[in-house]
Design a protein around this ligand. Structure first.
Ligand SMILES: *Cc1c(COP(=O)(O)O)cnc(C)c1O
Length: 377
């Protein structure tokens, strides 16, 4: 059934399998935080959280407070960690759901502490340090003023420090190993500056790539997103992609050689052609940059998007298929028969990581959970 012009199929078996694979790889070397930011990377927190809960995963990573609300609504009772610095209003809203905040620096610590003070409570906090050199938030602990800034954060009684954290800039083994070594030294310095209760402080910096390829980057907790969804640069053949964006062919026509296709006349037919119009476009997240660059699957074969396309429709050259009909399934990302449009294909077409596209697609299109284990066997 087609619930809409475009829809997303979320493979629950793949996510379940990926979760189990990650838990097996990490084993007891660190706790796992399942990252479900951006509505579970577009896969839908309502689909992913029950699988996370079933495996007893003790921490989840979120960004918006809405995700914390959804997690609690779905029955998640574990720890919720916001993995970016929050605005004061977000901190305020997060309190009711027990959100632990990511402290982006000494001034940001003041913001979080003031919200806590106004409520007369303490907020659990993870202090970000710029040990890896991602340089987007966090205390530059190695600089002359760094220890003083850390001191200011630790002096805020309203913050209950439960974590020291960083984030890696590159998915590169040597870069991660180097950053992890710096993090180890700086996190130790931060811990020494903490008066008491430092046993409860978890050190964490690893993402999927880091945790799966550089075991020394794991420390006490690993924050795993990409691997759960089967889209990580870590070379782990066991992981399976879980996301498919589909639509269907609306109209089919034959046009003579010499015609130009779509806006701006950027594409000219070099031969008589069989063109299919597909009813989604750039307002549906199929960015204009993909026109003339990306391919889709129809009848199990690759065919190119040829036009500089429209807001809600685009054109595919299906001449090579010989025959195509209104209603035929179109796959933009994911597999059909034995063919697959992979993350690498999207990256090649778009010039950016695939998540840049699918995290948006998942939130623009209706999502349909599917189970594919039986077919994969
Ligand atoms: C998104 C994110 C993660 C998860 O990274 P993956 O590469 O998807 O595993 C971890 N930490 C932070 C701070 C993030 O923003």
């Amino acid at each position: 059934m087609t619930p809409a012009p475009g829809w997303v199929e979320v493979d629950l078996d793949a996510i379940e399998h990926n979760l189990d694979t990650v838990l097996r790889r990490i084993d007891d070397t660190a706790d796992v935080c399942a990252v479900v930011k951006a509505d579970a990377y577009g896969h839908g927190i309502e689909h992913v959280l029950p699988l996370v809960i079933a495996r007893g995963i003790g921490t989840i990573g979120i960004t918006s407070t809405d995700e914390a609300v959804a997690a609690r609504f779905l029955g998640y009772t574990g720890r919720i960690l916001r993995i970016r610095p929050a605005l004061a209003e977000e901190v305020e809203e997060g309190i009711a759901h027990g959100v632990e905040e990511w402290i982006g620096g000494a001034d940001h610590a003041e913001v979080v502490a003031r919200v806590a003070a106004a409520r007369g409570i303490r907020i659990r906090a993870h202090v970000s340090i710029n040990a890896t050199g991602i340089t987007r938030d966090g205390i530059e602990l190695a600089a002359p003023g760094g220890p003083d800034e850390m001191g200011r954060v630790l002096a805020r009684r309203e913050l209950e420090i439960v974590g020291v954290c960083s984030h890696f800039p590159c998915e590169d083994r040597a870069d991660v190993a180097h950053g992890a070594a710096a993090f180890q030294v700086q996190a130790a310095a931060a811990l020494r500056a903490m008066p008491a209760g430092r046993d409860a402080v978890r050190r964490h910096c690893a993402t999927s790539f880091a945790a799966l390829t550089v075991p020394e980057s794991r420390f006490d907790l690993v924050r795993i997103g990409a691997a759960l969804y089967g889209d990580t640069a870590a070379p782990d053949p066991a992981l399976r992609p879980a996301f498919t964006l589909k639509s269907r062919v609306a109209a089919v026509n034959r046009y003579p050689a010499g015609r130009t296709v779509g806006y701006e006349r950027t594409h000219r037919l070099e031969r008589d052609a069989l063109l299919a119009s597909v009813p989604i476009g750039y307002a549906d997240g199929v960015q204009r940059s993909l026109g003339g660059r990306a391919s889709v699957l129809i009848r199990g074969r690759r065919v190119p998007i040829v036009d500089r396309h429209a807001m809600n429709t685009l054109t595919v050259d299906a001449t090579s298929l010989g025959h195509v009909e209104p209603g035929d399934e179109v796959v933009f990302y994911g597999s059909q028969g034995d063919e697959r449009i992979s993350s690498a294909d999207l990256e090649h077409a778009n010039g950016h990581i695939a998540a840049d596209l699918y995290s948006v697609w998942g939130r623009l299109h209706p999502r349909v959970p599917v189970r594919t284990a039986a077919r994969a066997l």
